[in-house]
Each structure stands twice: as C-alpha cells, then as structure tokens.
Design a protein around this ligand. Structure first.
Ligand code: ATP
Length: 440
C-alpha cells in the first residue's frame, strides 16, 4: 500500500478526530493485537475522513468474534458493553461524552451476505474483511482503515472507492445490488445530493431497471419509511426529491403522488420560512422539518389516499397522526386564515393552537398570501407565548375552587387578554370575578 496514503489517513485521523476518540481507537487496536485479531474502521467514517468531513460514527469490523473483542475493549476502556448476540455485534458506550454527546462505537464480525430472493433479508456467514466490504452499498462506503499495529492507518480499498471519491461518483459494487436491496436507491440519491456527486451511468441504469421491476413493492413499509425520513432529513431535501423524480418518477414510491411545480414551491417556501421562524417553531419542542416536506410531497393526495399511503409505508403512529390531522384541517384552516374580514387574535389562537407545528409550517408555505403569513406569524411570535399574570392562587383567593369552571375562567381570561382587553393583573382578576359572578 502506498506509504503516502497511510500517512494521510493517520494525519487525517489525528486532525479530524477529537483527541480522546483517536486515543480510544488506538487502545482498541491494542486489544485487537493482544487477541491476535484483525480489526478495521469501516464505512461512512472512512469515506468522510477522506473527504475531510467530521464524522464520529465509528464502526469497527473484526475478523473474529466481535462480542468477545468488544468485551475486552470495554474493560480496557471502562465503557459499557451492549451485546447483540443474535447478530454477532456489540456496542461500546463510553461514560464520558465527546463534544457534549454520548459517544459509542459499533463492532461487528466481518461477514458475507447472500440474498435468497430479491429484497429478502440476507443470510449471513462470517467472512473476511473483503467479503464484508463487498456486501456494502457503494464503493465510497466500502473502504476500511486497518487497525493493525504494523500498518495502523492503512487504507483498504478493494473496489476503487478512493478513485470514485476523487471522481465524485456513486457506484455500486455489482449489478444485482438494487435487486438485493432496493433501499440502496434512496441511499444513492442521498449521498449524491449530499456531496454534490453524480450517480455513475451504469448505476443509474441499474436503478431504472430495479424501479421498472417495481422493486420497492418488495420492501417492507417500515424500511421504506425509514429511508424516506433519512432522505428528507438531508440539508436540501428538494434537490433529493427532484432527483428521485428524474430517476423514475415518484410513482415508484406511491403511484398517486404527482409532485409537480406546486409541491416544489411548497418545499421551497418551507425551507425559507423555517429559516425565518426557526426560533419560534422550536420554542416548545423540536419540529420535524422532514415531515413538513413530506406533507408537501403528498399535497395532491386526498385524506383516503393519505391513509392508504400511511398503511403502505407503515408510518409511525406519531407521524401518521400529524399527517392525518394536516389533511383533515388544512382546507378549513386556510379558508379561515384567508378571510379578509377582521378576525380577533383569540379566534386565530383557537384555530392554530391545536395544530402540530409541521402543519402550521406547511400551511404557511402553501398559502402564498401575505395575510395568511402575517396571521400565522402573529400566532407564533405573539399569541402563542402569551400567559396570564394571574395564577390559580388568585382565583382561589376570590373563592373559585379548582374544577371545570376554574379552567374555563382561566381560558376565557386568556382569550380576552389575547384580544387586548386585559392589560394588568388587576384587570385579569376583575375579569375573573365578573366571570364567576363574584362581582357585577
Ligand atoms: P450517514 O453519513 O448518512 O450516516 P453512513 O454510510 O455513514 O451514512 P450508515 O447508514 O449507518 O451510515 O451505514 C454505515 C455503513 O454500512 C455504510 O457506509 C455502508 O458501508 C453500510 N450500509 C448501510 N446501509 C447499507 C445497505 N442498505 N446496503 C449495503 N451497505 C449498507
């Protein structure tokens, strides 16, 4: 192996990795040596290292028993060990976080995979590092870095991954790749768009061939949904969706999805509006931006078709609830928001408050009208955070005990405050007294 490459890999690891991670890898290499095992860092970590990008997803493959190796490494490094006996893999979880997040390393035994029939789960046998790399999706993900003492840092690249990185190409390792596992089609688009690469010509025709054979129909809904989520979590999902469209149309995902210029515009607006209102959207809980993009993708589907798509993709319950709530409410909410007559803030509040933020963002993006944007913006920036100054204690002091009436009065007082009728705490208490009939 070219000495320069080895030096570069080592230099890259030193430069890119936090010191403690580099040390951990070194110490694991020592464990491997003591057990006379060959160990390698593999996959996305190596790809990103060569690209000079930060990636702390360390995956290690050993030619030998991964769980046994992980056990001794866990002791040496004082890490917690989680063994997955069924798969012959293990995870080391480190007590000290790295860069503020929990740090873990996955370890697997090198294996070879064979697919009994298209899109089936593979049968697995233990094998060499070459076998293990050959079962991977693309050449750029099929490289390893040796952890051997003698050649620590050596790049193992049987299939031209480094050259493809230089040529900016996504290329499969063999012609049956997408038939074995059609989810790799999503992965090809994901990596291509993320790195600004090109899917190799032959690989594109293999994709088209697999899609013509309707290979996605053979994949479980859960796996497809997982891939859709990952694709939409990329930094520019619109580019990725459009690329999926040029490959074989989105009909391979769902025959009813159109994804025309209207959906494209919604996606563009989602990106822009999220950038502008992020702080408000994130005030209460994380917003699943990718789900708002999915709402744009299925914009042309009816409620019934949305429910069918949800069953086909085995959409998770929480995601399904938000998609269905969006379909059920979007028309009536948009009608109200577009109404040019004066609408009280409390009415807007009651309309928008029960909706998931993803739906709000999608509605805002869908309605080009300024009035809608202003109303949703007011809801997000002013009304949604508004609180009463009076507390439950104040109500108790004026003789209203907790119960349904108590809650109703607090709610009514909040609406009055939203509409600008109550300014001070004293106003609020007087309002409560009047509402409870304590005073006229
Ligand atoms: P990302 O940067 O998006 O996390 P990744 O490639 O680093 O991508 P994983 O999806 O965790 O991360 O995959 C790790 C490695 O496992 C890949 O680099 C690839 O070698 C292999 N791999 C993952 N999915 C597949 C697949 N469907 N078919 C073949 N190999 C796969």
């Amino acid at each position: 192996m070219d000495r320069n490459i080895r030096a570069n890999m080592l230099e890259g690891m030193r430069r890119m990795l936090p010191k403690e991670v580099f040390k951990i890898i070194r110490r694991m290499a020592r464990s491997a040596e003591e057990q006379q095992l060959k160990a390698y860092v593999v996959g996305g970590f190596v790809r990103d290292l060569l690209l000079g990008l930060k990636n702390l997803d360390v995956d290690i493959v050993v030619e030998g028993d991964a769980i046994e190796f992980a056990g001794s490494a866990a002791e040496r490094l004082n890490a917690a060990l989680v063994a997955h006996k069924k798969f012959g893999t293990a995870t080391l979880i480190f007590r000290k976080p790295v860069g503020g997040v929990k740090f873990k390393i996955d370890i697997a035994t090198a294996r070879t995979e064979t697919y009994q029939h298209p899109a089936a789960l593979p049968s697995v046998r233990f094998g060499s590092i070459r076998d293990d790399l050959y079962r991977r999706d693309f050449t750029i993900n099929a490289m390893a870095v040796s952890m051997d003492k003698k050649n620590f840092g050596e790049l193992i690249d049987f299939f031209g991954g480094r050259r493809d990185l230089e040529r900016k190409r996504i290329r499969v390792l063999h012609g049956k790749s997408f038939i074995d596992d059609p989810t790799r089609i999503f992965r090809a688009v994901r990596f291509e768009q993320r790195y600004g690469f090109k899917i190799d010509k032959e690989t594109v025709s293999l994709i088209t061939h697999a899609l013509k054979r309707e290979m996605f129909d053979k994949v479980s809904g859960e796996r497809l949904w997982g891939e859709i989520e990952l694709l939409l979590k990329e930094s520019d999902p619109l580019k990725a969706i459009k690329r999926m469209r040029t490959l074989y149309g989105l009909r391979s995902i769902d025959p009813k999805i159109r994804f025309g210029s209207k959906s494209e515009n919604i996606c563009k607006n989602i990106k822009g509006l999220y950038g502008r209102f992020k702080v408000y959207f994130l005030k209460k809980r994380p917003l699943d931006l990718w789900l708002a993009y999915f709402m744009a993708i299925i914009d042309n589907l009816s409620l019934k078709e949305t429910l069918e798509a949800c069953s086909r993709f085995a959409v998770k319950r929480g995601d399904r609830l938000r998609l269905v709530s969006c379909k059920k409410n979007e028309k009536s909410v948009m009608r109200m928001l577009c109404d040019k007559s004066e609408v009280d803030p409390s009415v807007i509040y009651r309309l928008l408050e029960p909706l998931p933020y993803e739906t709000l963002l999608y509605i805002m993006a869908k309605c080009g009208r300024g009035l809608v944007k202003v109303r949703v913006k007011d809801f997000l920036t002013k009304y949604n955070g508004m609180r009463l100054k009076m507390r439950g204690e104040d109500l108790k002091n004026i003789g209203i005990s907790p119960g349904p009436e108590f809650t109703k009065i607090l709610e009514k007082a909040l609406y009055a405050k939203l509409d600008g009728k109550l300014k001070t705490k004293r106003d609020e208490i007087s309002f409560a007294k009047r509402s409870a009939g304590v005073v006229k």
